[in-house]
Design a protein around this ligand. Structure first.
Ligand code: LLP
Length: 413
């Protein structure tokens, strides 16, 4: 399927020229392709068909109601990390029995909210958290299902900020601690040990770390399954990487499935997955308009109306997002693409060969569907961008551009 490709010299989002969207909704603008989201979901579902996993879309990647609803309609459950994400998920029509709740710092308020909704299970990061869930469940007279998060100490070879399954990371517990926590939890009232969880990192581009992690917990899972009849799930988390740079090789899904399906099948547990970026990343772009072009003795700067508050990934992680001119143009030159924010860290690209553009031209940053708008802020009192969903030739404004009034809402002087 061709999403965000040139047609007659203009980038189209599915069947809609991006120039039209920018003119109608303004810039900076997030544009999503519903059919890309659907295709990603179904390719993962098909690749993993032998274990029919419950695919819980990781809401943090892109929490827009329309994006979440798209995955729910395909059959997805949700991976949430806050009461706010639970609220969003339910509002988008999620089935609570397909929701898993992660995170190292769940509050009592969040736990009680999730218990009342009877979510599938909490992924639990410490013994005190299990005790807290038990207390909340007793108070409400319900049973809380939990899956401890194991930290398998596997290096996913990704950015240090998105590495989560190594000893030095704050996430989960080592196998020995999980085993002890399981026996503690089994003796706690109103708690049911539903299984095991892990998530080793994000934007992982090889299959080996996933396979290594599954292998590392296999014996343990078999033991737990025998000891605790309620132990039914293995949640292998998210983390499957996507292509950002031209020439970059994303995870090969068949190879991924070949590596993880056989050991999972052997275990005989119900498999849960929590993909975020894989489902949403390449289904979204951010479009911005060139405001100025300026040069000094050493550099050329293209200054756009989009900035680090709109798309933080380049500033925060040094991430690469492919940048193309929305209207095909011939020339290119080395330049920095920057925004109007008062920080030198406000850039989308530095010293990159970029299209020769001038004031008023549109540029598009690819692969912005995951952790794009989700991490946007109003820094420098810049209202957050609008979001548009394209489905074939249909376009829906799925989040209005924020206004200056929105910026001061709730404030007092
Ligand atoms: N499950 C858990 C428990 C997670 O913490 C995450 C992501 C996911 C699933 C989904 O991971 P994914 O499939 O999207 O890799 N802001 C960073 C990414 C942070 C990921 C946080 N956790 C970025 O822009 O690259």
């Amino acid at each position: 399927m061709s999403t965000f490709e040139y047609r007659d010299g203009i980038i189209h989002a599915e069947d809609v020229p991006v120039t039209e969207l920018a003119d109608k909704y303004g810039t900076p603008l997030y544009v999503y392709s519903r059919n890309h989201f659907r295709a990603q979901y179904n390719s993962l579902k098909d690749a993993m068909a032998d274990v029919s996993p419950l695919i819980c879309y990781s809401v943090k990647a892109n929490p827009n109601a329309s994006v979440v609803r798209t995955f729910i309609e395909e059959g997805a459950g949700l991976d949430i990390v806050s009461g706010g994400e639970l609220y969003r998920g339910l509002a988008a029509g999620a089935d609570p029995s397909k929701i898993v709740f992660a995170g190292v710092g769940k509050t009592r308020e969040e736990i009680e909210y999730a218990l009342k909704q009877q979510i599938l299970f909490f992924t639990v990061e410490s013994e005190p958290e299990a005790i807290r869930i038990s207390e909340c469940a007793q108070k409400l007279g319900v049973t809380g299902r939990i899956a401890f998060r194991v930290n398998p100490d596997v290096d996913p070879k990704t950015h240090e900020y998105t590495t989560t399954g190594k000893k030095e990371n704050k996430f989960g517990m080592d196998v020995a601690r999980v085993e002890k926590a399981c026996s503690v939890a089994a003796s706690l009232p109103n708690l049911e040990l539903a299984g095991l969880h892990m998530h080793i990192g994000s934007q992982i581009l090889t299959v080996e770390p996933f396979a290594e992690a599954v292998t590392k917990v296999s014996n343990f899972c078999s033991r737990m399954k025998t000891t605790y009849p309620s132990f039914k799930y293995l949640d292998i988390g998210g983390g499957v990487g996507i292509k950002y740079e031209p020439g970059q090789r994303p995870v090969d899904l068949p190879a991924f499935a070949d590596a993880v399906v056989p050991p999972l099948k052997k275990l005989g547990l119900s498999v849960v997955m929590e993909p975020g970026r894989f489902l949403a990343g390449n289904g979204g772009v951010m479009v911005c308009r060139v405001q100025y072009v300026k040069e000094n003795e050493v550099k050329k700067f293209i200054i756009s109306d989009g900035a680090m508050n709109d798309l933080l990934r380049p500033s925060l992680y040094g991430s690469y997002h492919e940048i193309v001119a929305v209207k095909e143009c011939a020339g290119s030159a080395q330049a920095d693409l920057v925004g109007p924010i008062c920080e030198s860290g406000d850039f989308f690209a530095q010293g990159r060969e970029l299209p020769t553009v001038e004031e008023g031209d549109l540029l598009m940053l690819k692969s912005a569907g995951a952790y794009g708008f989700a991490m946007a802020s109003t820094y420098n009192s810049r209202p957050r961008p609008a979001e548009v969903m394209v489905d074939g030739s249909q376009t829906v404004l799925v989040r209005e551009r924020e206004t200056w009034e929105d910026l001061v809402r709730g404030e007092k002087s």
